[in-house]
Design a protein around this ligand. Structure first.
Ligand code: ATP
Ligand code: MG
Length: 596
């Protein structure tokens, strides 16, 4: 830490300085005697503008600015999981214990990771081993649920000169030394630092051909997201953004969850801080927290910290990806993050674009959505980072700039619908306006692993939903009774689709999670019923007789009554439906014959 200048202006979270010793763009600096953390935003002649990640109240002119010589970076190593950090990776809980409050003391230079804790390290390489960039040199059991692979930094390669034996080490102890191609010796520890705005390197990027299975039917079947994909959940106030993210955190087949909470209201984030650590991982019955890192912005922190938090989150995500894990990043909500950008841009007196957001809103959004991907690293591991961002458009108006710009960078879009939510149709994902460009990429996976007919079944069901939407418009004008029976059948079957497939109760023990097999089984029941019933209606059976069949409500209840394990139950129900429809068909065949 060296003196690089003095403060000449304070404007909220922005501080101007006069440069006396060289500083770099994006360098992390410490402001005033309090040593508040900041980042150099711009340099002009002998002055620089710094964004400060803490409240600048009480800062005086002429106070010193210290340089660090490094860009804003995070510490990556064991001890990240089951922690809550702020936007610049200060551990909120550890500090809360010391200060009895979730609010940090300003300028508290605290270490991100616990420096005293000893980790049981088991080396996996020997002296003389020639290592690729980011290679794994050993492992540490980080939590009950996660083995933490210790890697050399992803920009370093060379030959192992020394390696410590199996044993307990702190993150400050040297556990290995490595000689790079220039003959320089590097000391390696359990943790290393990485600048948050620099994507961690990888070797190849794969097509998004593997689904991130979520156990949520409308998502997995109709609007899937791929591992390494990016998806937005736009939705007005109280439409279910947070619950959807919680469902994915619990049930998706991502191994690691990074939760970035950007709340506006103070209690919004407190709720999450209280709720999230209580969630139980359904796969292991252990706290979900054991495979989660939380980044939270408390309300007393300046907007600058909010801006940093998303980069901190995605950098930690890339780190676990490099170990070979599938990681899901949940940002709730990216709108609050964008609002931070707007406020900063205003203070910088930049020319505003749409609704006061800066013209670079799009490129800023791109800078983190583009870090999602399923990739192979130089160390040979394969892993993925999937971005799942909630967007909260003011007044639920989806034409606003954050929603529209987000659309440019995500390939799946789950638009939550106020009307569905008020009708307690959850998840309130609107099937007309939502979309996923991952469908074609992941269909081969579904055909190979779940059902060879999935593409047809999905398309038929989706067409039916679109057809019903059109019919509903006519019904509004002339009433359902005026429709021919085959179209009234569409209305009835789509009702089954809505109540028996699209709706999914996050609080019901059986319904909360659906295996891909059960998803297909329900959808097949419904579509088979539609085809059979269609033939009978064509023979002259009236709709009310179809509606009165016992199997009608049974199909709707299958999602709640037949558990995932009971695939026999679906076979039995399918036979029952066939029987009942058969009886009805025979009746109308007789009627038809009689008429002749
Ligand atoms: N899948 C679901 N199953 C059952 N109930 C749900 C589901 N999704 C949402 N809800 C209900 O909707 C309520 C609001 O959901 P949630 O808090 O996720 O909305 P939000 O969009 O995050 O709201 P905010 O705008 O306040 O952040 C929940 O408390 C819950 O009662
Ligand atoms: Mg919410």
């Amino acid at each position: 830490m060296k003196l690089v200048g003095k403060i000449t202006r304070v404007n909220g979270p922005l501080v101007s300085m006069e440069i006396t010793e060289s500083v770099q763009l994006m360098e992390m600096v410490y402001i005033s005697h309090l040593k508040l953390v900041g980042e150099v935003l711009s340099i002009e002649d002998a002055s620089a503008v710094i964004q400060v990640y803490e409240t600048t109240e009480g800062i005086k002119l002429d106070e010193p600015v210290y340089g660090s010589g490094l860009p804003l970076s995070v510490e990556l190593g064991p001890g990240l999981l089951a922690q809550i950090f702020d936007g610049i990776q200060r551990p909120l809980e550890a500090i809360a214990k010391e200060t009895n409050s979730i609010y940090l003391k300003r300028g508290a230079i605290v270490s991100a990771l616990n420096r005293d804790k000893k980790w049981m390290f088991t080396p996996t390489v020997m002296v003389g081993a020639v290592l690729a960039k980011g290679a794994i040199i050993g492992s540490v059991p980080e939590t009950e649920l996660v083995i933490h692979h210790i890697m050399i930094p992803p920009n370093l390669k060379g030959t192992i000169k020394t390696i410590s034996p199996i044993g307990n080490y702190t993150i400050d102890e040297v556990i290995a030394t490595l000689e790079d191609e220039n003959g320089t010796i590097h000391e390696l520890k359990l943790a290393h630092r990485w600048p948050v705005k620099v994507p961690r390197p990888y070797k190849t990027r794969f097509l998004p051909s593997e689904p991130l299975l979520t156990g949520q039917r409308i998502i997995d079947i109709f609007f899937p997201v791929a591992k390494g994909g990016a998806v937005a959940i736009p939705g007005g106030f109280g439409t279910g953004k947070t619950i959807t993210q919680h469902q994915l955190a619990k049930w998706s087949d991502a191994k690691i969850v990074i939760y970035v909470g950007c709340g506006e209201r103070g209690n919004e984030i407190t709720e999450v801080l209280e709720e999230f650590p209580k969630l139980i991982d359904p796969h292991t019955q252990r706290p979900l927290f054991d495979r989660t890192v939380m980044i939270a912005n408390t309300s007393n922190m300046p907007v600058t910290a909010r801006e940093a938090s998303i980069y901190t989150g995605i950098t930690i995500a890339e780190y676990y990806r490099d170990m070979g894990y599938d990681v899901a990043v949940m940002a709730d909500s990216s709108s609050r993050w964008a609002e931070a950008l707007r406020e900063l841009s205003g203070r910088l007196e930049e020319i505003p674009a749409e609704e006061g957001f800066p013209a670079y809103l799009g490129s800023k959004l791109a800078s983190f959505y583009e870090r999602a991907g399923r990739v192979e690293m130089h160390n040979g591991n394969q892993g993925s980072v999937t971005m799942i961002a909630a967007v909260s458009p003011p007044g639920g108006d989806f034409s606003e700039p954050v929603t529209q710009n987000t659309k440019r960078f995500v390939r799946a879009f789950w638009q939550l619908d106020k009307a569905l939510a008020s009708a307690r149709h959850y998840p309130s994902i609107n099937w007309i306006y939502s979309y996923s460009e991952y469908v074609d990429y992941i269909s081969p996976w579904w055909e190979k692993n779940i059902d060879p007919d999935i593409v047809n079944i999905r398309q038929e069901a989706y067409n039916l939903l679109l057809r019903e939407e059109k019919l509903q418009k006519i019904v509004k004008l002339i009433g359902a009774d005026a429709l021919p029976d085959n179209e009234r059948l569409v209305l009835e079957v789509v009702q089954i689709l809505k109540d028996g497939f699209l709706k999914q109760n996050a609080y019901d023990d059986i319904d909360m999670y659906t295996t891909p097999e059960k998803q297909v089984a329900i959808l097949k029941l419904i579509m088979d019923f539609y085809k059979e019933a269609g033939l009978i209606v064509a023979q002259g059976a009236p709709i009310f007789e179809i509606r009165a069949l016992d199997c009608f409500p049974m199909i709707i209840r299958a999602r709640i009554e037949i558990p995932n394990e009971d695939m026999e139950g679906f076979k039995k129900l399918s036979l029952f439906i066939k029987d009942e429809l058969n009886t009805l068909r025979l009746k109308y065949e007789r009627v038809a014959k009689g008429a002749k």
